[in-house]
Design a binder for this molecule. Sequence first.
Ligand code: HEM
Length: 242
Amino acid sequence: MGECFEPLSVRSLAAVLGLVDVSPDTLRRWFAQLAQGATNYERDPLNQATGDAASREIDERLTPCWSGSRASRTTARRDAGARARRRVDRVGADGRARPAEVLAQRPAELVRQAVDEGLRLVSPIGTQFREVKRPVTVAGVELEPGAPVSLVIASANRDERRFDNPDRFDMFRPRRQHAAFGFGRHFCSGHWFSRRQMEIGVAALFERLGRCGLRLDRDRPAVLAGWEFRAPRHLHVRWDRS
Ligand code: HEM
């Protein structure tokens, strides 16, 4: 995952933001350090300091991008977009056995619903962190103001009252809104970018390797890990020489 998908993720976002001169290693470090701050539920000052330091470093790099002339920003964005398209063309994601066969037949047509179903099933961000503002009782538990609360949206995305066979990957299930990008006023600002990033990557992968029988390696199954950020640590796949 670290070799293929993390570089895809950080480099395409950096390209779209115009951060083209930042090395992939720095981008991955920023991601890891920001995540350390964002998942600091235990309120450890060291974790917080790490996240804050990365945040400051990013601000220092980004500020010049916003302060250029409008024309130069437009040109930078256009160039960055072209670079991003070239880069995401080289890599991709996903690969469950039967869905992979189906997706391989019609990648362009099915990729949107495959990505959406993947988001529902895996919920890459599994929780939402909040602080209690007034005394409240939830499911018999009394919560006092100031108490930290972690809402498990990954669980909501598998609510059997909303989704039939919720633990099954079914890209043909009736489309119903899920919570993978949050709700309401905190709804994810990056959802359009993320969806397109995944759709382009997955479609490129299946257009190239789908006809070669791209499939999960049954001998080395993917193991999902992580709570706040959830993903497979490895995703071993096989394909046949055409
Ligand atoms: C698959 C990728 C992504 C997933 C699953 C995801 C998921 C989420 C979720 C669940 C929230 C709500 C958090 C909460 O309410 O506590 C959120 C918020 C947010 N996301 Fe994302 N996100 C993704 C990618 C991105 C990207 C690429 C960006 C930026 C380019 C981004 C920017 C944001 C921002 C700024 C917020 C906070 C919005 C607010 O509080 O007003 N996200 N995201």
